[in-house]
Design a binder for this molecule. Structure first.
Ligand code: ATP
Length: 284
């Protein structure tokens, strides 16, 4: 069995520039990987079938799974006779704004490229990934990047300053479509993407923390005030920067010391059941 790691991502910035004629939003966001990862196991099948199983009951075990869609896309596009059994050991919270499904799809593309000997480049895999979902291209590369377009146009940048990341996912589910639907672009505070790029380039941790911004945050916070309480709690216990990732509801805090990390994790007890202390990975 081939085992591929599928790391989660967070958004250091997320901006929506405008709504496009094709209905998609034109975005500009800085994404970076963290060391919380699913494990995607791939086993060759001679019968040509694609089977999928996940360790998490909230993840579909059929063609709705993005990893299944990745396998199907490669099989159909390159006329592959073999099949595959995909098993997903789910560690990334589901529907959380951490790109778990997209990362599983990206890991499946990379793994099957080997298992089925397709000889595709990372750029080719990223381009195929965009057909599955906007975040899949980024997940194919990992590391740190500015994503534009629908999220599929990737410009690689340096890794951010090293940091602890405390991820806290409230139990509520958030619909990405509803959050985008609630966005009023005439009345939002856009993040300063260029300043964040500068902070990363100069390895300026304080500037990075001061420049975190997500245009979707106020929409989700208005819908779910409990997300605000988690942010407040993180700040109270000493976070250097706090932001919602993607369309939420996961909120993350950045801190530099393990002691402060422990304090924040303990401070969240009773507020939030799903809390993870991880590190920024940032490098490809
Ligand atoms: P993004 O940050 O890219 O918007 P997300 O972290 O908000 O993604 P996911 O965890 O990818 O959201 O899941 C969103 C939905 O996609 C889930 O409700 C689930 O039904 C479906 N899904 C399909 N495949 C997967 C997968 N492999 N893992 C998790 N969810 C999946």
């Amino acid at each position: 069995m081939l085992c591929v790691k599928a790391p989660a991502k967070i958004n250091l910035t997320l901006d929506v520039l405008h709504k496009r004629p094709d209905g998609y939003h034109e975005v500009e966001m800085i994404m970076t990987t963290v060391d919380l990862a699913d494990r995607v196991g791939l086993e060759l099948r001679q019968d040509g079938e694609i089977f999928i199983h996940s360790s998490n009951n909230f993840v579909p075990d059929d063609q709705r799974n993005l990893a299944y869609q990745a396998a199907k896309l490669l099989k159909d596009r390159f006329n592959v006779n073999s099949g595959v059994s995909i098993s997903i050991d789910k560690q990334i919270p589901v529907a959380a704004g951490l790109a778990g499904g997209s990362s599983d799809a990206a890991a499946t593309l990379k793994g099957l490229n080997e298992l089925w000997s397709l000889g595709l480049s990372l750029d080719e895999l990223a381009e195929l990934g965009a057909e599955i979902g906007s975040d899949v291209s980024f997940c194919v590369y990992g590391g740190t990047a500015i994503a534009r377009g629908r999220g599929e146009k990737i410009e690689h940048i340096a890794a951010p300053p090293s940091s602890w990341v405390i991820l806290a996912k409230p139990t509520i589910g958030v619909s990405t479509a509803a959050v985008y639907g609630g966005l009023n672009l005439d009345d939002v505070k856009h993040p300063d993407t260029a300043r964040m790029v500068e902070a990363i380039k100069t390895n300026d941790y304080a500037k990075m923390c001061g420049t975190l911004g997500n245009v979707l945050e106020s929409v989700t916070l208005d819908m779910h005030p409990e997300v605000s309480s988690i942010k407040e709690q993180m700040k109270r216990f000493g976070a250097d920067g706090v932001l919602m990732s993607g369309s939420g509801p996961t909120v993350f805090a950045l801190v530099q010391t393990e002691a402060r990390t422990t304090r924040i994790v303990n401070g969240l007890k009773g507020f939030c059941d799903e809390v993870y202390a991880v590190r920024l990975l940032g490098d490809r």
